[in-house]
Design a protein around this ligand. Structure first.
Ligand SMILES: NC(=O)CC[C@H](N)C(=O)O
Length: 384
């Protein structure tokens, strides 16, 4: 296929990358970030954590395995825009049910292809994540200054509350898929959850109540669950005061807790630590972390632009009174906190993605750790 319809990616520093329209045409604004994942573009596109972001794929060839229903991590594509180098002209995979470009069109995702994504990634890496815009179709023809104005007029990712955009409107129950009775039940607060997360809980024997982001402590109590879980999700954790207060309340009542990514940042805040924006974030499927308890290195899937600020090599007291806290995982590329563990209450969280999808399964045993922690807490409770 010979592409003729032009498109341009404009960054807030004024840089322009010319290419061709890919997917839907139009005008989309967002924070431009890159992911180094060599596989899993469909999981990336359907990961709600990418809401508000224009995603650049550093893998040079995208679309070659097509798309299928099974690889959706939610029921739609969430990225604000999509930037690739070489859009595959053929689909070659036995699981494919369609081609990526048609899916992008159907989902209204405005993309651009034939961009020098290596040059673009180096620019983002040096300057940090930037606001940007993809313009194609009629929007391509606008004055360059007008495009740049629009790019600069959008809010930055820092400070954005996006949980209401991605969360489930109604609570729903996913039942355990193991034989016999459920081993317990979990309240999973949906801040932009991926399907792989509840799947990891139901296949371990839990019934999972997936709840909207604005759920109250009273509503959680009424479900009589054994544990609480916070999902991944988009936005700046500093904007989620309500979920921090909710978590503090539930932790005080003794609910065992696990959080992933955004959930890690919110546990960090609940424990009294700060969060900050990383220069360009961690996004990809081969990010190494060290488990500080075992010294084992795990290769993990990551997708975050913010991080929690906890001292790395010492046990510290939670400033909000939840006892001692330790950094459980450290990112080996830049020494960023990749997980926290409470020593006096049953709670831990990780900044990376043990549910993978896409990505390696090195960290999947964390769901076993959660299961064991919940069973232990339930046993203690029934002793009393
Ligand atoms: N995947 C996530 O949960 C991302 C968390 C948060 N929005 C960040 O960018 O750091």
């Amino acid at each position: 296929m010979i592409r003729t319809e032009p498109a341009v990616l404009v960054l807030e520093d004024g840089t322009r990358y010319e290419g061709f329209a890919y997917g839907a045409t139009g005008e989309r604004l967002g924070e431009v970030v890159f992911t180094t994942g060599m596989t899993g573009y469909q999981e990336t596109l359907s990961d709600p954590s990418y809401a508000g972001q224009i995603v650049v794929q550093t893998a040079p060839h995208i679309g070659n395995t097509g798309v299928n229903q099974q690889d959706m991590e939610s029921d739609k594509f969430w990225v604000a825009g999509y930037v690739v180098r070489d859009a595959s002209r053929v689909v070659s995979n036995f699981r494919a049910e369609g081609d990526l470009e048609s899916a992008l069109q159907a989902e209204g995702i405005v993309g651009i292809c034939d961009v020098d994504t290596r040059a673009l990634t180096r620019r983002i890496r040096n300057a940090g994540a930037m606001r940007g815009g993809v313009f194609s179709g009629e929007a391509y023809g606008q004055d360059a200054d007008a495009q740049l104005e629009k790019v600069k007029a959008q809010p930055s990712m820092a400070g954005q509350y996006l949980s209401d955009v991605v969360t489930t409107k109604e609570a729903y129950l996913l039942e355990h898929t193991t034989e016999g009775e459920a081993i317990g039940s979990v309240a999973l607060i949906d801040l932009g959850v991926k399907r792989a997360t509840p799947w990891n809980l139901t296949t371990r024997g839990f019934d999972v109540h997936v709840l909207p982001a604005d759920v109250t402590a009273e509503q959680v109590r009424a479900l009589d669950v054994d544990a609480v879980f916070y999902s991944n999700g988009p936005g700046d954790p500093q904007a989620n005061d309500a979920q921090v207060t909710l978590l503090q309340e539930l932790l005080r009542e003794g609910y065992p807790f696990m959080g992933i990514c955004f959930g890690n940042q919110l546990l960090g805040r609940a424990l009294g630590f700060g969060t900050y924006k990383l220069p360009f974030g961690h996004r990809g499927v081969n990010q190494p972390v060290r488990d500080t308890a075992t010294n084992r290195v795990e290769i993990t899937s990551q997708n975050h632009g913010f991080a929690v600020d906890v001292p790395l090599d010492e046990t510290v007291d939670s400033p909000t009174g939840f006892g001692r806290v330790e950094v459980s995982h450290i990112g080996l590329n830049d020494q960023v906190v990749e997980g926290i563990r409470c020593l006096d209450i049953p709670a831990f969280s990780v900044q990376f993605h043990p549910e993978a999808a896409s990505g390696p399964h090195d960290a999947a045993p964390l769901f076993d750790r959660f299961r064991d922690m919940v069973l232990e807490a339930s046993a203690k409770k029934s002793e009393k």
